[in-house]
Ligand binder design. Structure first.
Ligand SMILES: [Zn+2]
Length: 238
């Protein structure tokens, strides 16, 4: 395992690409081992284009979405794991939380990425975030599988939902993803089931890049934004 690691908990198999592809590629390029845990393939709710094909079945949608996500993960330089919990609605009981806890303990991630805490358009997203945070906390508990190395307190960053205002999400941390933008765009393009989102998320990256530049005085073209869950400890204020 690499010295530094990160974990991304994605409700559906493409969410990590639109919302965190830049962060993943950036950290992978810095030598981090990043693992994306996809709770579902988004087979029912986020694969409309595939369902318009004649004779489509849920299994075929799943295998197609899995292939796309694997290709995207390869481009971004991360590992992808699929838990196949089902989507619309995502269903995840204790077993799924415990599986995620095992990932947290094995990886000992230095950061955690997941969805916004609210999303009135998509209840799978906040549920995925809830499960990720619950697993993080169980992984910190000495009474869970005593003797294993418990997790420290990696920061949790919430990636950008599709309609931030309704999700009560706001940008608090910007990442300059200019150096890996081509990889993120190439990973987008693996998602042929959601071609309608390619240009949309290119505009989001440009918008966040512009805001990152305005808030810091630095030159940024493509950005990704995150909301923090917990306060940070810094050595100095400026
Ligand atoms: Zn999703």
């Amino acid at each position: 395992m690499a010295a530094k690691t990160g974990i991304v908990v994605s409700a559906h198999s493409a969410d990590f690409v639109w919302r965190a592809g830049g962060a993943i590629a950036l950290h992978a390029a810095m030598g981090y081992h990043v693992r994306v845990v996809c709770l579902s393939y988004g087979e029912r709710g986020e694969s409309a284009k595939l369902w318009r094909e004649q004779g489509m079945t849920e299994d075929r949608v799943k295998s197609s979405r899995r292939k796309e996500a694997q290709m995207a993960a390869e481009i971004l330089g991360c590992e992808a794991v699929f838990l196949d919990c089902g989507d619309y609605p995502l269903t995840a009981g204790r077993e799924v939380v415990f599986t995620l806890v095992d990932h947290f303990r094995e990886l000992q991630p230095t950061f955690v990425l997941s969805h916004s805490l609210e999303d009135p358009y998509n209840f799978d997203h906040p549920l995925a975030s809830h499960i990720a945070q619950e697993a993080r906390i169980v992984a910190q508990a000495h009474g869970h599988k005593p003797g294993e190395k418990v997790l420290g307190a990696p920061p949790v960053y919430l990636f950008e939902p599709h309609q931030p205002e309704q999700c009560k999400w706001r940008p608090e941390v910007f990442l300059d993803i200019g150096s890996v933008w081509e990889k993120k765009r190439a990973a987008f393009e693996c998602m042929s089931a959601q071609e309608h989102l390619w240009e949309y998320y290119t505009r989001v990256a440009l918008q966040r890049g512009n805001q990152a530049a305005r808030n810091t005085g630095r030159k940024v073209t493509y950005g990704e934004a995150y909301q923090r869950v917990f306060p940070d400890l810094v050595e100095q204020l400026g």
